[in-house]
Design a binder for this molecule. Sequence first.
Ligand SMILES: [Zn+2]
Length: 552
Amino acid sequence: MANGVKRREFLGSMAGFALLPLEQEKPELILHNANVWTVNAAEPRAQAVAISRGRFLAVGSNSDVLNLAVSGVQKIDLGGKTVLPGFIDAHSHPSEAGRLHLRMVDCDLRSIQAIQTALRERATKTPAGEWVLGFKYDDTKTEENRALTIADLDAAVPDHPVRIQHRGGHTSYANSLAFRKAGIDEKTPDPPGGQISHDPSTGKLSGRVAESANNYFNKAIPLNFTREDCREGVKLISKMLARSGITSATEAQGVPEDLRAYQDAHEAGELLYRAYCFINYHFLDPMLEAGVRTGLGDEWVRVGAVKLVCDGSISERTARLSVPYEGRPSDFGILVMTEEEMYTHGRKAHLAGWQIGTHANGDVGIDTTLRVYERLQRESPRRDPRFRLEHCTVVNDELIARIKALGAIPTPFSTYVYYHGEKMRYYGADRLNHMFALRSFIDAGIRPTQASDYPPGPFEPMMALESEVTRTDSKGNVWGPKQRITIEEAIRVGTLHGAYASYEENIKGSLEAGKLADLVVLGRDPLRENPSTLITVPIERTMVGGRWSFEA
Ligand SMILES: [Zn+2]
């Protein structure tokens, strides 16, 4: 057998030799005099990298790499700055968010007054009678410490219909004209699975609607994104991600418009991150008919997993739990799909060679999803299915053992502890030690990723690192300290593990010769930084495929 292996290796190297260009490949760019953290276990530290045709030609010491310099090569002295692999956001909604940023006011502001000013400004640029829309509003984040009211919105914008969506996506707030346009008045009953809130003292509309009541507005608002808008959205979010050091992202609820927008933006030279585009299960059948499956595409735009949804949300407290929410003894959250539905869609995808990514937040949701995955693997074993548990927030030892046995990949929220600290009390101190459980996953030999879920969570990787290392929110409260990980671990989670989650660990996620030249240059070394100031480490430059996508 040994001979056989040797012969295959020999033939392999012959084939490789035949493909080499006549001249030896020369670097186009050398970055040197840097503090390089490679995330390559075989050679964790380096000083310089040489880049050719979008890939690393060499990673090593200054002298080794500078030795490769030929005339015409560009050399950049990084003055001792820290270089890391580009960050990989393994679950977010960038294309969708880009479209919303184009059309809507960003209401991630710290006072109701500031939100009113931003809306008023937008209204002055909007033809009378047309909608003024907002998103990323969070009722827990304004200094007035109360929710927006219909009166706030009427005062800000009286003569345009206004609708503001909550950051979590399940509730929204509107002014009087908007309610009229949506066909809702004080007497409109709550729709099934939805709520129209009233002021308890007067019985008048409070301005807030929840869950399925949002559909009244969704139907009344003509969003009509054109193909151009979708491309523009990707272009816009590309710049935002590049500025924060992200070089790859998963579109976690992709629809055909997203896949097309990515192709269009890439062709126009506007795509600045590598997209792994999930496909919502509603579009699975036409994809199967067209012979498409996970992995189709190239290193810029690739078809990702099929997306299923098992339960509710963490930030808006609807995830399905085995133990009820603190202070709400009969509230266990909700299941969105039945186990049988998940199995039916999952089986189709699994048999056709698709990766499956299922939204599962609560321990009951995760248990149900794992049962479906285990059944699929038992009935139709596949060699490397890399089942994904999107979010995988509330776990226990039994679930972790099953995740490990299945080789499944959790993608827990990276910035929630830091950013959504005020919502953590609904889960209780004990449960927080089993949430976003990076320590437990890593100790069990599982490969969790970094994932922002943007817009619901901020995408800045430096916030993710601080959140994961300190388990401390922006006000200094500590949530679930048992799940703290080291900064080295957090960087690996945010780079190489993200690549593994999309079957791309051989081409990205670490700085190694042959891999794609995706990296970030930081203003300070996060490995020497006080963990409580990691969020302030500046991103100075971002590179994707050998080109700077951002330079401060
Ligand atoms: Zn999501």
